[in-house]
Design a protein around this ligand. Sequence first.
Ligand SMILES: NC(=O)c1ccc[n+]([C@@H]2O[C@H](COP(=O)([O-])OP(=O)(O)OC[C@H]3O[C@@H](n4cnc5c(N)ncnc54)[C@H](OP(=O)(O)O)[C@@H]3O)[C@@H](O)[C@H]2O)c1
Length: 173
Amino acid sequence: MQQCPLDGFIAGPDDAMDGVFDFVAPDEFPEVAAATGAMLVGRRTWEVGDAMEADEPGSTDYPFSGPMFVLTHRPLEPPDPEVTILTGDIGDAIATALDAAGGKNLEILGADVAGQCLRRGLVDEILVYVLPVLLGDGIRFSSPGLGRLDLEPVSSTRSGAVTILRFRVRKHS
Ligand SMILES: NC(=O)c1ccc[n+]([C@@H]2O[C@H](COP(=O)([O-])OP(=O)(O)OC[C@H]3O[C@@H](n4cnc5c(N)ncnc54)[C@H](OP(=O)(O)O)[C@@H]3O)[C@@H](O)[C@H]2O)c1
């Protein structure tokens, strides 16, 4: 799940996320969070979220309390007993986190991590909250080198100013 301005940048220059969460109504997330059994988060996303939370407590609140995995080569400082660190092969990381999800969805956050998963054919669905703004520069939704992927539209809904698109990733044999 990514909140994505219309020009495809999921964060602005220097990881700026100012106002990005303001577009999505607070009652938008519970349904997605309820279907989520575990989360796999890239280290950079984790650190940007930490910094946002330190600046403005509550700004990254998300109604999910299940198993949380951070993909990184380094220990968290300070360590977080509620987070499991995973490192190395993305396929192994997905298998571990998916196992912990107990049959529910595994939510993947972070462009680099999502790109690795897409390259390996490990993503079933992409959920995009298209925000009514152009950021102009920053972190792209899709990392360079990903190549073409075909998607099947599943749903398109509107919530306030945000258009919510769900796609299934077509898998070629
Ligand atoms: N708009 C949205 O909804 C949304 C959602 C998510 C993220 N974001 C934004 O996107 C930006 C972060 O995305 P990103 O693509 O730059 O980074 P990312 O995917 O969050 O994290 C990448 C980092 O994770 C670690 N990592 C990745 N694969 C690994 C592996 N296989 N084994 C071990 N460690 C691994 C590496 O960190 P180390 O080597 O340093 O450990 C790598 O630099 C932030 O600005 C964030 O706010 C926006």
